[in-house]
Design a protein around this ligand. Structure first.
Ligand code: SIN
Length: 301
């Protein structure tokens, strides 16, 4: 006889390779993400004493992640986490932008209950698909009494949601955790209510410093369709070609917020006396863009 079900775990599905299908299962590299519904992903998954609930929040390849999906995900997370009998939430998500969603959710929600994001590198119908194992690991982790906050579980590894980075394009364990991540104090974080009420998201563009970076892209956009903010992935310690720096300083004079990150995968940017543009500290360029978006959202009337 089944033990009495006393706690709930909710799975919120958004698509990704974990829900992907290959047209020919023997060639799993040729697949479409976001095809298998959450009910099918959960077939055969049971735990004694646990009621598993599942919702399909989106069904996309995470390269197409949008603010609208972030808002839906946040709303459903808040709904479930505030219920006493819900022990934790698992989110299935594509690996490609999981670091952005994880950083966003951890920053805005800072949940005390566990929120485990998980994913896969092989589609659901690949003979050796990694999705079912990753999903089970995430479901097990949210049941640990010590678990809390937003994390990413993949290939047997646990990453903090504000430190995870996709650093490999195709191996089964595509993530690393970077160190020294603290949200820059100058950048404010919106409340859940502010995020859910937002109907016009700020626009933050990401540019890269590189050989012969001349700032023309920045100047062209500022002349025709100026964004609210720029994150520049600088070389090394966030350094910029003079021409790109001049273009970004002009953008700043026109009212845009500009933040320097590094295109290096580890280490972020450390302050120097000669700095002329603010930097994003230990955040990666992609995280810095999310952080600046959130900050700009707090500035909206
Ligand atoms: C995606 O990010 O949705 C596709 C790639 C993946 O999940 O690994």
């Amino acid at each position: 006889m089944n033990a009495k079900k006393t706690k709930k775990i909710v799975v919120l599905a958004t698509g990704g390779t974990i829900a992907g299908l290959a047209s020919d299962a023997s060639k799993p590299q040729n697949y479409t993400a976001g095809q298998v519904g959450v009910a099918d992903l959960m077939l055969d998954v049971t735990y004694d004493g646990v009621e598993l609930l599942a919702e399909q929040v989106a069904q996309i390849d995470s390269k197409d992640m949008s603010f609208a999906v972030w808002q839906s995900l946040l709303a459903r997370l808040v709904h479930w986490l505030e219920q006493d009998d819900v022990q934790g939430v698992v989110i299935t998500h594509g690996t490609d932008t999981i670091e952005e969603t994880a950083y966003f959710l951890q920053s805005v929600l800072q949940p005390t209950k566990p929120v485990a994001m998980t994913c896969a590198m092989l589609p659901a119908n690949a003979p050796d698909s990694d999705g079912p194992g990753n999903l089970k690991d995430a479901l097990a982790w949210v049941q640990l009494p010590t678990a809390s906050g937003v994390t990413v579980l993949c290939a047997g590894q646990l990453h903090a949601g504000n430190a995870v980075q996709k650093s490999h394009s195709h191996q089964r364990n595509p993530f690393t955790s970077h160190t020294g991540v603290t949200h820059p104090v100058a950048l404010r974080v919106p409340s859940v209510a502010q995020v859910l009420a937002c109907t016009h998201w700020p626009r933050v563009e990401l540019v890269l410093n590189h050989a012969s970076a001349d700032g023309r892209l920045v100047r062209a956009l500022c002349a025709h369709d100026a964004p609210d903010g720029w994150v520049v992935a600088g070389t090394g310690n966030g350094t910029l070609n003079h021409a790109l720096e001049a273009a970004l300083l002009d953008a700043q004079k026109q009212g845009a917020h500009v933040l320097r990150a590094s295109r290096c995968t580890q280490g972020g940017v450390q302050s120097r006396e000669a700095d002329v543009l603010p930097h994003a500290g230990g955040l990666t360029a992609v995280q810095a863009r999310v952080a600046l978006l959130m900050h700009l959202l707090t500035q909206q009337a």
